[in-house]
Design a protein around this ligand. Structure first.
Ligand code: HEC
Length: 122
């Protein structure tokens, strides 16, 4: 048994290292980190958009003619389904945000659950 001990320690260390490598906090604690109940436009959705979208979709920049700044403008692009398609990276939509970075699963789920509630101005 004692002969195998160093080997076991090595295997366990490797498993621990491999286990830690790709885990994000969200993977490990999905429920404690991501509250998709009663999502609010002002306190949940707006901050996500301001961080990830408004730089290109403000009134003044309006990439591709799309303005997501202001509730009414955002609602227009929600009602026609383009926001959902683009953040879910569905076929036939331009994936958003572009340039190789993505919203986290939590951010996407918050937006989708807010839209399911009818995208209220809450
Ligand atoms: C770096 C600039 C940039 C950022 C950041 C950005 N967009 Fe865009 N967005 C664009 C451009 C450019 C287009 C037009 C691209 C195209 O049609 O291929 C576009 C298109 C879209 C469309 C139309 C997609 C379609 O297929 O009809 C939607 C909806 C959209 N963006 C929403 C968002 C949302 C929501 C975010 C944030 C999560 C975001 N964008 C972040 C530049 C950006």
């Amino acid at each position: 048994m004692s002969k195998f001990y160093p080997f076991l320690v090595l295997v366990f260390s490797l498993l621990l290292l491999a286990g830690c490598e790709y885990d994000t906090e969200e993977d490990l604690f999905p429920n404690s980190k991501c509250d998709t109940e009663n999502v609010s436009y002002l306190s949940d959705i707006l901050p996500i958009l301001e961080l990830n979208c408004i730089v290109c979709h403000s009134q003044s920049v309006a990439e591709a003619g799309i303005v997501l700044e202001g509730y009414d403008n955002l609602k227009f692009w929600v009602d026609n389904g383009r926001v959902q398609g683009s953040i879910k990276h569905e076929v036939g939509f331009s994936p958003m945000p572009p340039l190789g970075y993505e919203l986290s699963d939590c951010e996407v789920n918050k937006i989708l659950s807010w839209i399911e509630l009818g995208a209220p101005e809450n």
